[in-house]
Design a protein around this ligand. Structure first.
Ligand SMILES: Nc1nc2c(ncn2[C@@H]2O[C@H](COP(=O)(O)OP(=O)(O)OP(=O)(O)O)[C@@H](O)[C@H]2O)c(=O)[nH]1
Ligand SMILES: [Ca+2]
Length: 497
């Protein structure tokens, strides 16, 4: 019993001094860690917003983007939180009634007012970018195009956002910003990974953009766009083919078949049994075809389908010029194109059409894709209508043409082969944001992608807290151990007291 007591008395841990030191030490560690955690805790998230209106040839769409306020300079954090499809046609269709172009945007803009928190309205930039529809209108009638812009600007200025202007994007910008969007959303830029090429098929123009090792921009500098993003340099090849969007390509294909001004055409790109009376002046009302308008055509023609994929491909090929090329290699129409490289993301009409045709799976061999499309084109029109009751008849009638056009453009135009075709991915969205030029455009105008890699803390937050805690505990133990010589004396002194 007395030996036990002696041992207990000798154990320095049982002296009041060590107990006091321990308690103070523990309190100090808890305080240190708490201060560290509170001080470094991310502040309550605040968000910033940006709005982009994509005034395309066929329609206008509004996109709202959101990002954490303190991370303007970081990557992968801008997200699309809302999109709104403007009712009615694209703004270029309001050439004769410009005020209506402005009015058409009202509903989507009101939605934007609801979606963006009120206190952020005034600091939220609002951009409108117009593409091929307005490019064509500007070529045809620049006064009309200016009036449309004036009306649209007046309408947008009435909203509480920071309106940054409305303008026509060049084809180069449209292609390059589509490429930025795809690679930003895929987190490829900050990590310096191999980039994805971008294929955009609109209504009036189509863009191809990719990085190719054997392209330094010297051959055909017009097709070159250089970027420095997050410390990496990119030499992008990009080209926009005006009139080769799917609506204008359809006009050109119809124009090929109506050169002599016939009353009826039998169109292999439309289903057998399809029969519509169409207006010559409407068909030829576009700079893409206006010069080819037949001299002595009647007012209308009967557009009949005959559903033949092979023949459809033949007449589509006629709208491409595959022979003239003054460069080392070309895609078509004498336009330089370096060797295709890397994976590709194909969006907008590429996706709408291939998704409808159940052909988004590019691991299906090209031959099988052609066979499937050929069978679809051969389906009689009444059967197609019956099989797809919910689909807009205008879209439905054109899928055979559109599918054939897409395959022709990709394989004959851009030279995709059965080896490179599987590298294409038909996509609509990436991580919740639509693929298209709008996000890249906004990132560029808000300087949200730095040229050099941003400095980032060497440790993640949790790692930092763990290390601080560990070091504090270690220091405390060392402190206690360093007091060892005092332990027996302290305990004796306390016993005397
Ligand atoms: N099937 C289908 N087609 C669509 C849909 N939305 C748009 N389209 C058509 O697809 C084509 C391309 O559409 P968009 O990418 O919006 O083209 P756009 O931006 O208006 O035209 P550009 O100014 O040339 O870029 C047009 O012919 C549209 O009519 C859809 O939801 N389904
Ligand atoms: Ca577009």
């Amino acid at each position: 019993m007395s030996a036990q007591r002696e041992m207990k008395e000798k154990n320095p841990w049982h002296t009041p001094v060590t107990i006091i030191i321990t308690v103070i030490g523990v309190i100090a560690i808890v305080a240190l860690v708490t201060v560290g955690v509170l001080q470094n805790k991310p502040l309550l998230q605040k968000y910033k917003y940006g709005i982009v209106l994509d005034a395309g040839s066929s329609h206008t769409a509004l996109y709202i983007y959101e990002w954490p306020a303190e991370k303007d300079n970081n990557t992968g954090r801008v997200e699309q939180i809302h999109s709104c499809k403007v009712k009615g046609p694209g703004i270029s269709s309001y050439a004769s009634t410009p005020l209506k172009a402005g009015e058409s945007l009202r509903e989507c803009m009101q939605e934007a007012e609801q979606r963006v928190p009120r206190k952020r309205h005034h600091e939220t930039p609002l951009y409108l970018g117009a593409t091929a529809g307005m490019r064509l209108l500007n070529m045809e009638d620049s006064a009309a195009s200016n009036k449309v812009f004036q009306a649209v600007e007046e309408a947008l200025q009435k909203f509480p956002f920071a309106f940054q202007g409305a303008r026509i994007l060049s084809g180069q910008e449209e292609g390059a910003f589509g490429w930025v969007t795809v690679n930003y959303l895929d987190d490829r830029l900050k990590q310096g990974l191999e980039t994805t090429g971008a294929l955009d098929l609109g209504g009036a123009s189509t863009q191809i953009s990719f990085v190719s090792d054997n392209y330094d921009g010297s051959e055909s500098p017009d097709n070159s766009v250089t970027f420095r993003l997050y410390g990496n340099g990119y030499n992008l090849y990009t080209h926009s083919f005006l009139c080769y969007g799917k609506d204008q390509a359809l006009r050109m294909t119809l124009a090929q078949q109506t050169l002599s001004g016939p009353r009826t055409i039998q169109d292999p790109c439309f289903h057998a049994g399809y029969n519509e009376t169409k207006n010559y002046s409407v068909l030829y009302d576009s700079p893409c075809v206006s010069k080819r308008k037949p001299q002595s055509a009647p007012a209308t023609f009967i557009h009949e389908g005959k559903g033949n994929f092979q023949q459809c491909q033949e007449i589509i090929k006629r709208v491409f010029n595959f022979t003239d090329c003054k460069f080392s290699q070309c895609s078509f129409n004498g336009v330089f194109q370096p060797l295709l490289q890397g994976p590709f993301g194909a969006f907008s009409a590429y996706y709408f059409v291939m998704n409808f045709l159940n052909l988004t799976d590019t691991s299906i061999p090209l031959e099988t894709v052609r066979d499937k499309l050929s069978r679809y084109c051969a389906t009689p029109w009444h059967q197609v209508v019956q099989q797809h009751p919910g689909v807009k008849v205008k879209y439905l009638a054109e899928y055979c043409f559109s599918g054939t056009y897409i395959l022709t453009l990709l394989t004959e135009g851009y030279n995709f082969t059965s080896w490179s075709y599987p590298k294409i991915k038909f996509i609509k969205k990436i991580k919740g944001s639509d693929a298209g030029w709008t996000l890249g455009y906004m990132l560029n105008l808000t300087n949200m992608i730095p040229a050099e890699a941003p400095d980032s803390p060497p440790l993640p937050y949790t790692g930092y807290v763990s290390i601080v805690t560990l070091l504090a505990v270690l220091l405390f133990i060392l402190f206690i151990v360093s007091l060892r010589p005092l332990w027996p004396r302290c305990s004796k002194q306390l016993q005397i007291i």
